[in-house]
Design a protein. Structure first.
Length: 342
């Protein structure tokens, strides 16, 4: 297996046009409410408390059931090409790591490739809930290490909720399983992985690590033909599993939490991200926070937050970066690397 260095590009991103604030989400819940008008105030108060805890403010939503996952993924891929000043001519491998899909077969990656007008030697999907994009990167790294003839991989994701968000909340206790869905936003992201540095900068990968705790798989589900359901309190408690795993992964590389300059995490809520950074001893100032801008964009959140970091702060050459995500399942994944300019 080759030990040649691999470089992850700047991300490309895409969003629906429809920007929705908290007031609109509450209004949607109220339209579904069938109880006495006086009873809605308790539900509204509960939702507002959750939004305050997560720091939810705005998010993009695509309400059309005709929207195509592959179309949004292709938009993000084209943006990725633009920001990296490159072409798709060398793409040998395309991996799509999103949650939603229009069909069980073929792989969404096939439609993405066709929309981009490319014919990679290999195209496939990776399904791993909110860590899907990170796991798609992990898979691409493995393929590139095993196949020295592969030059470039394109890794995409796109999150469209369609009608999976459940606004049918009739009692405050319904929020226990339905509130998390009210913080969700839609987005798409794409990155390139190749064997030489990117002139505009990219992450030279040091390691990709994944930890799973499958006994908790029932805590968060999006059943086929059903609604998104998340036992938020119990799921958030599993956050205690993340810091020990992160510390162990960094120690394998001879790094401490404070050696990392930027933590680019999935954004289920801002308070959870801040707590993890405190628990590993990194300090909250090393985190990047985007939940207030986009909500929980599931597997696209890492790419969206990575893009935000580059747009607002930038990354100096030699800086250490962690891309990290946790997901239903329960799974935690992270990419650790160094910012390198070709």
């Amino acid at each position: 297996m080759s030990s040649e260095a691999l470089f992850l590009s700047r991300p490309g991103v895409a969003f629906p046009d429809h920007l929705v604030d908290n007031a609109e989400i509450i209004a949607r819940v109220e339209r579904h409410y069938r109880g006495p008008k006086s009873g809605f105030s308790t539900i509204q108060s509960g939702i507002e408390k959750i939004f305050a805890l997560c720091n939810s403010k705005e998010r993009y939503l695509e309400d059309s059931l005709d929207a195509r996952v592959a179309e949004y993924a292709a938009r993000a891929a084209r943006h990725c090409l633009e920001v990296n000043g490159t072409t798709f001519d060398d793409v040998d491998l395309l991996i799509h790591g999103g949650i939603p899909r229009q069909y069980f077969e073929p792989a969404t990656a096939m439609e993405v490739a066709d929309r981009l007008g490319i014919s990679p030697g290999h195209a496939l999907d990776v399904t791993a809930a909110c860590v899907g994009h990170i796991e798609a990167i992990h898979t691409a790294v493995a393929y590139m290490k095993m196949h020295p003839e592969y030059r470039t991989a394109l890794i995409t994701t796109a999150e469209l909720t369609y009608d999976y968000i459940d606004y049918d909340i009739q009692e405050a206790r319904d929020l226990k399983s339905k509130a998390a869905g009210l913080t969700i936003g839609n987005a798409a992201a794409a990155m390139l992985l190749r064997r030489r540095p990117f002139p505009q900068g990219g992450i030279q990968i040091m390691s990709v690590d994944t930890h799973t705790a499958p006994a908790h798989w029932e805590l968060c589900t999006a059943p086929i033909g059903g609604k998104f359901d998340s036992s938020s309190v119990e799921l958030m408690r599993l956050g205690v599993l993340i810091p020990p795993v992160m510390k162990r992964n960094l120690e394998k590389l001879g790094l401490k939490a404070t050696d990392i300059d930027h933590y680019v995490f999935h954004q289920p809520s801002e308070v959870m991200v801040r707590k993890i950074l405190d628990d590993i001893g990194a300090g909250q100032e090393r985190g990047v926070y985007t939940h207030h801008l986009y909500g929980n964009t599931a597997s696209a959140a890492v790419g969206v937050t990575y893009h935000h970091l580059l747009q607002t702060q930038g990354i100096r050459p030699g800086a250490k970066v962690v891309l990290g995500s946790a997901a239903a399942g329960f799974t935690a994944s992270m990419v650790t690397g160094t910012w390198t300019v070709g």
